[in-house]
Design a protein around this ligand. Structure first.
Ligand SMILES: NC(=O)c1ccc[n+]([C@@H]2O[C@H](COP(=O)([O-])OP(=O)(O)OC[C@H]3O[C@@H](n4cnc5c(N)ncnc54)[C@H](OP(=O)(O)O)[C@@H]3O)[C@@H](O)[C@H]2O)c1
Length: 210
């Protein structure tokens, strides 16, 4: 697949490098594609990675990952134009600056707000309930970390589930996009355990069934 990754921070760079090393074409969309941090990222990602402006990065992309802060998402999406029904992966946790809770600014969930801001995209919420450490290594012994995803478009979800699975997570379909109302607070539990309860970020959720 050709994957556009908007944002070259912790999440964008981790997932982008991993997908490129797995054989996908990755185009990073950055506010400054020639910045030193972006050039370093391209070196780590290898020949299947390139960087462009945010607007140019989505040209020809099969899937778009929004890996920017909540505060930047509205303006970025407004600048993109028609997304033609392509999957838009939303990994955003709409956190208060002190990490004490969610700051949804009146929305039911960040994912539903993104869908309203980008009505021509098919938003799939995922990657918000694990740390970057886990994104880099989702295998714990002989067990895979669970990665929940939700969205309203079956085709978009299938593509995103494939990308989740290729990284080594167990993808779990959490239902329609409204399930983001549960996945976003679940990330708060993760942050609470990792940072307030002292677990650190090398832990992950795993769901079991019988
Ligand atoms: N870190 C985690 O463990 C984690 C886990 C799950 C979900 N998330 C979510 O993933 C998203 C990205 O998180 P992150 O940790 O990768 O963040 P980050 O390291 O701060 O990177 C965000 C990137 O977004 C771009 N950006 C565009 N507009 C921006 C603005 N106004 N202010 C700051 N950056 C801007 C920047 O890339 P350019 O300079 O190239 O434009 C920046 O590097 C967030 O919404 C977060 O809630 C994070």
């Amino acid at each position: 697949m050709q994957i556009a990754i908007l944002g070259t921070g912790s999440v964008g760079s981790a997932l982008g490098i991993r997908w490129a090393l797995l054989g996908h074409t990755v185009v990073f969309g950055s506010r400054d594609p020639s910045a030193e941090k972006v050039l370093e990222l391209l070196e780590r990602g290898g020949p299947r990675c390139s960087a462009k402006s945010v607007k140019e990065a989505i040209d020809g992309a099969d899937v778009i990952l929004m890996a920017q802060p909540w505060a930047a998402a509205k303006a970025t999406l407004a600048s993109l134009g028609d997304l033609g029904g392509r999957p838009l992966i939303d990994c955003i946790n709409p956190l208060k600056p002190d990490l004490s809770g969610l700051d949804l600014q009146g929305a039911e969930s960040a994912a539903e707000q993104l869908a309203a801001w980008a009505p021509t995209a098919n938003v799939v919420k995922t990657f918000n309930t694990a740390s970057v450490k886990v994104m880099n290594q989702p295998q714990f012994g002989d067990q895979k970390a669970t990665m929940f995803y939700c969205g309203d478009d079956a085709e978009a979800k299938t593509k995103v589930a494939q990308l989740i699975g290729e990284l080594g997570f167990e993808p779990v379909d959490a239902g329609p996009l409204t399930s983001a109302r549960y996945l976003e607070p679940l990330a708060m539990l993760y942050i609470h355990l990792a940072f307030k309860q002292g677990w650190g970020s090398n832990c992950a959720f795993r769901i079991m069934k019988r």
